[in-house]
Design a protein around this ligand. Sequence first.
Ligand code: MRU
Length: 349
Amino acid sequence: MSEANITKSIEWREDHVRIIDQTYLPLRTVYCDIRDVGQMWDAIKKLKVRGAPAIGIAAAYGFYLGIKDLELDSFPSFIIEANRIGEYLASSRPTAVNLKWAIDRILNSINALKEKPIDEIKAEVLALAKIIHDEDKRICKAIGLNGQDIIPKKANILTHCNTGSLATGMYGTALSVIYHAHLAGKKIHVWVDETRPLLQGSRLTAWELQNAEIPMNLIVDSAAGHLMKSGKVDLVIAGTDRVAANGDTANKIGTYSLAVIAKENNIPFYIAAPLSSIDMSLNSGDEIPIEERDGKEITQIGTTKIAPPKIETFNPAFDVTPAKYITAFVTEKGIIKGDYSKELKKLFN
Ligand code: MRU
């Protein structure tokens, strides 16, 4: 696996953004050109682009697409519009804090440039979006390398959802740890949870691991407990959409159950998290907003209906794993263990 073969989920192309429309994978690789902020909102909402860091990068470019044609020459009217665009983009998905993190970073930079001509501010916003994108690649590589401390020379690793290059600028978070273990010559085998209802595991993670020639087996989500109890899992590693200041962690629905079963079976449970996914403004996971999605995601696969008509559904897209189940966090600044309320704070000093 060389860097050139790694999928790029988002690319800036002169005057627009090109994403891989992840809803078509793995059967077809379809690119989608995004030219305005409305198209970006829609792409994030419909999970054409998805995964917390990728959503942050997409929102940063989407922000630029939103302001680039504004014909306003006074800063007060420009900042009102910029705030409105930020709120609009942030409304696309509520759980991944990277979205708000990227928007706040751009708004802060706009405010710091308020004495500059509007055209210059617009150019700076595009430059910042590119920086956020490039930084994420470096951060994900650092997470992958730092994570080697927790991966034995031979390991069966269970993972959930998709946390790879598709979900980030490159490499991924949890999947970056797995990629780098493989690159380091460790004997890695991955149990890939299919990740109902939208199957990010079977459609995306399995595709990425197959491209990287990493040994794996796809399993149904409900097989994970049986595998852990039968001694077939050495460690679990997942990503996150938002970590609260006390270490409580939101991730794809089903992550909490994995963490509880891992603890019951004395299996280490790790979360790979860039600092952009840590929300120090929230005291605990109880404050993390959990996205609820359309019931059709449960009642049909593609266009095939798999439940009786008019059935009532409930479809939370994420759950929160209490900090006590998390053995350690793998971040770009190293492995974080112990009293998370204290240790996470130190990362931001
Ligand atoms: O609904 P999704 O596909 O955007 O959910 C993604 C996840 O839950 C990932 O595990 C998380 O964003 C970490 S991605 C590096």
